[in-house]
Design a protein around this ligand. Structure first.
Ligand code: SAH
Length: 248
């Protein structure tokens, strides 16, 4: 990883970024920089918008409540979003917040909530998911916010995946065998990835049949213990990134 300044505050913004561009901060961002971090006119802030890389900016303060940022120099080039779709049954509140943050840290490029037969939380707050994704990206030096899709019926979400995408189906009922070996097969290299994690109640046999019918489904076990869904998310994304993704 390139040398990275973890001391500078880092913000996600919507505005285009280029040398000299002025970025208007919203009230919450201005308040955070001026009153929480107590930055002054000579302060520096890193910004990214998911399109134009990361920029070092200086603060142009206007009173105590408003500030703009002015782009000084590009610190990192924009990287493509990882080609990794994370499909998950939404959990309740704090555990969904956690799962979204961790999935972003682990490099998911698309977050796709799936409504399975045993999904408990069927109303998904997409704004809250986006806020969690932004926070994780800001804190972890990530350059793009994942695409956040609306919740979708499980069968439809699976059938919308491209036939050549490798669908890594985390199934608590799969007999235990080494997932690293299963993923490392040479035929799995260089293709788009999808990781599927179910609800606390687990998958039904009908759902197992739906996902197994995908042309490139790889059913994996995450060991002899049942993991909670948010733990399964981190474990699955770690082995997928290490064998086929951007950890190599
Ligand atoms: N209630 C279910 C467990 C669901 S755990 C039961 O008791 O059987 C939630 C999700 O995490 C599962 O649907 C699966 O996708 C994933 N998961 C948890 N433990 C797993 C394991 N040992 N192997 C594979 N996937 C697992």
């Amino acid at each position: 990883m390139a040398a990275y300044d973890f001391n500078a505050p880092r913000l996600f913004v919507e505005a285009p970024l280029q040398a000299g561009a002025r970025v208007e901060l919203d009230r919450a961002q201005a308040n955070y920089l001026l009153n929480v971090l107590r930055l002054r006119a000579d302060g520096h802030v890193l910004v990214f918008n998911g399109r134009d890389g990361e920029w070092l900016t200086s603060i142009a303060v206007e009173g105590r409540k408003a500030a703009d940022l002015v782009c000084v120099a590009r610190t990192r080039e924009q990287a493509a979003r990882p080609d990794l779709v994370y499909l998950f049954a939404p959990l309740k509140h704090a555990r969904l917040d956690y799962m979204v943050q961790k999935a972003v840290e682990m490099g998911a490029g698309v977050l796709q909530p799936i409504l399975t037969q045993r999904t408990q939380s069927t109303r998904v707050n997409l704004d809250r998911m986006r806020a969690n994704a932004i926070e994780a990206a800001e804190q972890c030096g990530i350059l793009s916010i994942p695409e956040i899709r609306e919740e979708e019926n499980f069968a439809k979400a699976i059938s919308a995946l491209e036939p050549d995408r490798l669908v890594i189906f985390c199934d608590e009922d799969a007999s235990v065998s080494n997932p690293v070996e299963a993923l490392s097969g040479s035929g799995n290299r260089g293709v788009g990835l999808a990781v599927v994690v179910g609800p606390e109640g687990g998958f039904t046999d009908q759902e197992r049949a739906i996902v197994s019918a995908h042309q490139r489904c790889l059913r994996v076990s995450l060991g002899p213990r049942i993991l909670r869904a948010d733990t399964a998310a981190v474990a699955a994304l770690a082995i997928v990134q290490a064998t086929l993704g951007d950890w190599r």
